[in-house]
Each structure stands twice: as structure tokens, then as C-alpha cells.
Write a protein that binds this ligand. Structure first.
Ligand code: SF4
Ligand code: SF4
Length: 357
């Protein structure tokens, strides 16, 4: 692997150079939490941070995005894409894995040109986590506590310097004309190896089974009584899906001016946990019950996305656990399903099919 070394003292100067030609965003502290935001002053950038409230996906799939501008008389139709060259700094590896999943989702079948335009405008500089960043995260179990691809540059904190693994030409270009970055020596590689090996002792396992078993466990748990129990606790607020780096459902609406002359087609983040999500024409709601929505959410994460895209749809960031006022956490749900599967609850309920939820 191709590593570069940058002394930490040179890092602020490098970030300031990036700002000459890019919007630079990264983690900042805000109201006691961390958010990804534009870095106007490099002193605001915090690279040792607990998971951000929202993942950096908001720069690739914005919460609200205009897709089309048009005139109702048909004289004008314009696809709205205005991505600006952006460097996202300090992305945790769980979020890198989430964006790898997005790359598959938004390019399978019809390529989503808005996502693609944002993706091409973004240069991703990720950061190796050297310790678990929150009590809610379970990235080691999900295989996302490190990354070997999916980034343009990947940083490792070596104490007095940063090591950068160069993933793409776009990443390498960020060093052009900057002279305080050096090829790694054998002694640097030894420190990198030691740093990477030592970190694992700071990442506990929290899942009581191997993640490879998750799709089968969920399949066998389709009729578990746990979904009803979760449905009784859930407030249907949708916070869990809003903060999730792998949730991508959106709603599309047309917003037309009062004179009925001009309009915009807009998409906004949606949530499978809210009541209207599965409502269709005629008023029928095919996931009316909270239990059905909870089951759908966990099936999406642990099975359906694996079936469709070959990757588990949860990266173990723990954001949903932090956001949930009802204290519903994926690690508790998955481990409880596992315990019940061991007690052979599933065969006892095998007669119940989807209809009761
Ligand atoms: S389901 Fe929860 S833990 Fe998993 S990726 Fe989404 S927010 Fe993170
Ligand atoms: S955050 Fe918790 S209470 Fe809100 S919809 Fe998600 S599971 Fe339900």
C-alpha cells in the first residue's frame, strides 16, 4: 500500500490550501455534539470525535434536494444539479462502508444522476478509528472498524504525524504542490503496522453471534414476538432512520407556484418508521402497525440489503441507538433475536405469517 507521511504541524496549512479550490467539510463540535459542517477555520476541525449526529451522507444525498425545475406550459425543463468540489475530512470507517453501500444502491439499475454528480464532486479523506468512538457502536462486529478501500485518502494518526494511504488519483491530487508530505520510510511502516495492530484491543465485540449469520437469523425470526414488543415501545418518530448512514429512502413531491406557472420536483429524506411511509392510493397502509415497521427496519438492515446488494445494511455506528428515545438499539435487538432463536422460539411461532403484523 502507498503511504505518505505528513507532520501534524503541517496539517493546518494543507487544509487551508485545500480550501482554495474546494469546499472543505469535516467534524466540528456543536452544542456538545459533533456535526459535519463547512470548515472555515481549521481550528474548528475536530478529528478525535465521537460519531457525528448526522453522517456525511448529507453531502451525497441532501436532506432536501431539488431534482428538476420546470414551467408548467412545457417550455422549460431543467435537471438541477449544482454539486461543488468538496473535500470531506475525517470520515470514520463505518461511514466509508456506508458510502460503499450507497455506491452500489445508487448505481444498480438506473444510475441516480444526482447522487453520481455529488459523488464525483466529493473527495473522501477518511480516518482510521484507533478506539471505539461511542458506547453504542459495534463496528468491529460489523467488519467496519477499518477500511482498505472506498476512500480517496485514508489518514492514520501516528502521534506526531499523520500517515495517508492513497486510494485514488483524486486523493493523490490533494497533495499536488504541497511539499510537506513525504513517502513513508520502512520505520514509518513499522509504526503504522504497530498502530493498526494495537487498536483492536480497544474495540470490544458486542454481537453475540457472527455477522454472517445475521441474514439467516432474521429470516428465521420473521414471526418473532419481539417485533410486537418493539412496536409497543416505538414512538414512530423516525429519528433512527434519519441519523442512519445506510438509510436512503426518500419521498418526491412537486411544488408548484400559486400562479401555476413554475414548479420544482423535490426529494426529501423519508422514514419507514413513520405512519404514512407505506400508505398507498386509496388510503391502504401495508405497514400500518408499528411492529411491522420495526420488523421491516431490521430486515432491511440485516437481510434485505444483503440479498439485494451483497452487503449488510448496518455498519454498527450506533447513531440510531443514541437517537432513540425508546431505547431500541440494534445490538439489543439482534442479540435478543439470537437468544430466542437458541431457545427455538421461531419454530413455535412458525404458523404466524406476515398478515398479523
Ligand atoms: S442501523 Fe443504527 S447502528 Fe446500524 S448503521 Fe444505521 S444508525 Fe448505524
Ligand atoms: S428512534 Fe426509536 S422511537 Fe423513534 S422510530 Fe426509531 S425505534 Fe421508534
Amino acid at each position: 500500500m502507498n503511504f505518505k507521511i505528513m507532520p501534524k504541524a503541517a496539517f493546518p496549512g494543507w487544509v487551508n490550501r485545500l480550501r482554495d479550490h474546494h469546499r472543505v467539510v469535516g467534524p466540528k463540535q456543536k452544542h456538545g455534539q459533533y456535526v459535519f459542517d463547512v470548515i472555515d477555520d481549521v481550528a474548528d476541525l475536530v478529528l478525535h470525535y465521537s460519531n457525528s449526529v448526522l453522517p456525511p451522507k448529507k453531502y451525497l444525498v441532501p436532506q432536501k434536494e431539488v431534482l428538476l425545475n420546470y414551467r408548467l406550459d412545457g417550455s422549460h425543463l431543467e435537471i438541477a444539479t449544482e454539486p461543488e468540489p468538496t473535500v470531506i475530512l475525517g470520515v470514520h470507517t463505518c461511514d466509508v462502508h456506508a458510502l460503499k453501500l450507497f455506491d452500489r444502491i445508487f448505481s444498480q439499475g438506473f444510475t441516480d444522476q444526482h447522487y453520481q454528480a455529488h459523488r464525483e464532486s466529493v473527495t473522501l479523506v477518511s480516518l482510521e478509528c484507533l478506539e471505539t468512538c461511542s458506547a453504542n457502536s459495534f463496528c468491529r462486529d460489523m467488519g467496519t472498524a477499518s477500511a482498505t478501500d472506498g476512500f480517496d485518502l485514508h489518514m492514520i494518526d501516528l502521534g506526531a504525524a499523520y500517515a495517508f494511504s492513497v486510494g485514488t488519483e483524486k486523493g493523490a491530487d490533494l497533495f499536488k504542490g504541497f511539499h510537506q508530505v513525504f513517502d513513508a520510510l520502512d520505520s514509518d511502516l513499522a509504526v503504522i503496522n504497530e498502530t493498526l495492530q494495537e487498536k483492536w484491543g480497544r474495540f470490544p465485540y458486542r454481537l453475540d453471534f457472527d455477522v454472517q449469520e445475521m441474514p439467516e437469523l432474521l429470516k428465521a425470526s420473521f414471526n418473532s414476538a419481539l417485533w410486537d414488543e418493539l412496536g409497543q415501545k416505538c414512538l414512530a418518530c423516525g429519528s433512527c432512520t434519519q441519523v442512519c448512514p445506510t438509510c436512503y429512502c426518500f419521498d418526491v413531491t412537486d411544488e408548484v407556484d400559486l400562479l401555476l406557472e413554475e414548479g420544482q420536483r423535490v426529494r426529501r429524506w423519508d422514514s419507514c418508521q413513520i405512519h404514512e411511509f407505506a400508505m398507498v392510493a386509496g388510503g391502504h397502509n401495508f405497514r400500518e402497525r408499528l411492529a411491522a415497521r420495526q420488523r421491516h427496519r431490521f430486515m432491511r438492515k440485516g437481510k434485505y440489503q444483503m440479498d439485494a446488494y451483497g452487503m449488510v445494511g448496518c455498519v454498527g455506528c450506533g447513531r440510531c441507538a443514541r437517537a432513540c428515545l425508546a431505547h431500541i438499539t440494534p445490538i439489543d435487538v439482534m442479540n435478543e433475536l439470537y437468544v430466542r432463536s437458541q431457545a427455538e422460539e421461531a419454530p413455535a411461532l412458525a404458523g404466524l405469517m406476515e398478515a398479523p403484523l
